[in-house]
Write a protein that binds this ligand. Structure first.
Ligand SMILES: [Zn+2]
Length: 63
């Protein structure tokens, strides 16, 4: 049986306020970037990363 773990991570920011440095790293970062654009008209960005791990050295869940 193969153990598969997936996690998504999203960071977002505003080019006008903070350049390419992330301003939001929570799960709703994408929504915050969208709302910030709606409120200010600024150009905002959001990057979502999908992380997948198959198996692992120890069978126990460490987190
Ligand atoms: Zn802004």
């Amino acid at each position: 049986m193969r153990e598969t773990r997936t996690a998504t991570n999203c960071i977002a920011g505003c080019f006008v306020c903070n350049g390419s440095d992330a301003m939001w790293t929570s799960k709703n970062a994408m929504a915050l970037a969208a709302r910030h654009h709606d409120a200010t008209g600024h150009e905002t960005w959001a990057d979502q990363t999908l992380t997948v791990r198959y198996g692992g050295h120890d069978q126990q869940q460490s987190d």
